[in-house]
Design a protein around this ligand. Structure first.
Ligand SMILES: [Zn+2]
Length: 217
């Protein structure tokens, strides 16, 4: 074999080994929370003129992820740009990575309505309720137009939100104000950083406590 070919093979093998090890290492990293900015790309979500829910969700998710990193919480985003992801893929990502918590970020839509509500699955899992309540309390303290409470099930009929039903960890879906309300939109813009900090703090407080190894005692 020509010398250059041998070197090429060695270089390729090294790339595969190092790349593979990196992928295994990354996928082994503990995920505390999966943050899920709702919608994306052709799926704009709720709309009010030029204002698209998908953009609001992403802006808040990115700010919240920054806050989480700063307080030592390992966060994984289902999307960090404007691309589309099926609900199934969002859940599969969280389940495959064995995330401790799952929080989906959305904005509501209904003429004449205002305020913040958070949805959990209809089985009313206590850890999901605690997570939702902690986030809602934090947002309320940061400044919202109305506290509409933690709700179970699905706003548009029977059943559950897909992401609450199909994730295997405590989860909730935040409807952070109505995009159809000028008051809620003004609050959203003025308090984006406060909302991000409040959500991040609530998530950290709701993470399962690390088990103390007996060897350390
Ligand atoms: Zn939505």
């Amino acid at each position: 074999m020509q010398r250059w070919k041998r070197w090429l093979l060695i270089a390729l093998a090294a790339v595969f080994v190092i790349g593979g090890a990196f992928i295994i290492w990354k996928s082994d990293e503990r995920v505390d929370v999966v943050l899920d900015p709702g919608h994306g790309d052709h799926d704009a979500g709720a709309v009010n003129g030029d204002r698209l829910e998908k953009d609001d969700n992403l802006a808040l998710a990115l700010a919240t992820a920054e806050e989480l990193k700063q307080i030592g919480v390992n966060v994984l985003l289902t999307r960090d740009d404007d691309h589309f992801l099926s609900l199934e893929k969002r859940c599969r990502l969280a389940n495959r990575r064995h995330a401790q918590l799952f929080v989906s970020l959305h904005r509501n839509s209904a003429e004449g309505a205002k305020g913040v509500e958070i949805w959990i699955g209809s089985e009313n899992d206590p850890a999901s309720r605690a997570l939702a309540q902690a986030i809602l309390d934090g947002l309320d303290a940061a400044g919202i137009s109305k506290n509409r409470g933690v709700k179970t099930g699905y706003a548009q009929g029977v059943g559950d939100y897909y992401v609450n039903k199909h994730t295997r960890m405590p989860s909730c879906l935040v409807e952070l104000g109505f995009i159809t309300s000028d008051e809620d939109n003004a609050l959203y813009d003025a308090h984006l950083a406060d909302y991000a900090a409040a959500i991040a703090q609530a998530i950290r407080a709701q993470l399962p406590k690390e088990e103390t190894s007996t060897e350390e005692l």
